[in-house]
Write a protein that binds this ligand. Sequence first.
Ligand code: SAM
Length: 312
Amino acid sequence: MKWSELCIHTTNEAIEPISNILHEAGASGVVIEDPNDLIKERESVFGEIYELDPNDYPEDGVYIKAYLAMNSFLGETVNEIKQAVNNLLIYDIDIGSNEITLSEINEEEWATAWKKYYKPVKISERVTITPTWEDYKPVSSDELIIELDPGMAFGTGTHPTTVLSIQALERYLTKDQTIIDVGSGSGVLSIASILLGAKEVFAYDLDEIAVKSTILNAKLNKVEDKIYAKQNNLLTNVNQQVDVIVSNILAEIIMRFEKDAYNCLKPGGLFITSGIIQAKKQQVKDALAAAGFEIIELTQMEDWIAIIAKKM
Ligand SMILES: C[S@@+](CC[C@H](N)C(=O)[O-])C[C@H]1O[C@@H](n2cnc3c(N)ncnc32)[C@H](O)[C@@H]1O
């Protein structure tokens, strides 16, 4: 696949709103090139310094780079991004020189560009996600490590929606439970479930490549005998009853299968939903309640919400 690298020269103040705009526009990976990083040491736990090239950095302000798949919507997406960034002026956000460049890169360059930034990340109390190419040594004896090769399609496992899902699994999952992961992507939530003590996970994704990615990553983490990955549209024709269903998928999609989720849970079972943008929170809560769930917890990271609901 061909990728486009969109680079915006802006200010520190605009990093967060612009990153949000880029994520919402569907960018795969947003990186910030801030000259302060050239002098800043990485998280002390890892005790290393980023291998950064000063030529990649602006003298003032920051570069925000996003990777967009080259498809027929690209022009439209870029225009929407430009418009949304300009709109930040209405909120008195300084967007600096706001120079925007677009360049084409190939898959290999994308992977290399991305690898530079993708480092081990502590996701929750116990779980750390590390890319396959890092030789990461656990800091404590009860630390659980997920090795991921995110490939091109499914992100790094460190998106707020994934983090919220893993944190909820860590709090609610108990030993030997059976789990369904709807929209398994890289398989990160399935793997986390097994490492946290689940007996088995049924992982479903509509996308054939995601299913392959789940299988590969399960093997990489030596949990392939406990994760059954299959191509499936949400919970269509799934007739089992499990202890926990986890799904990190958009609000609109959650609201397409909340009733099926209810039917696929044992009484008292939990539905951990993530990927819900703040503005859609109430709609999802209402849909879950209408299906018979009791909402037991809401968590938030940045603009993203996770809802933990119990089958009554
Ligand atoms: C945001 S990703 C989450 C990936 C992974 N679970 C995580 O937390 O990082 C959502 C996933 O849902 C899958 N998906 C979207 N619509 C689906 C559907 N109707 N049925 C099954 N999977 C679907 C996508 O292919 C994608 O892999």
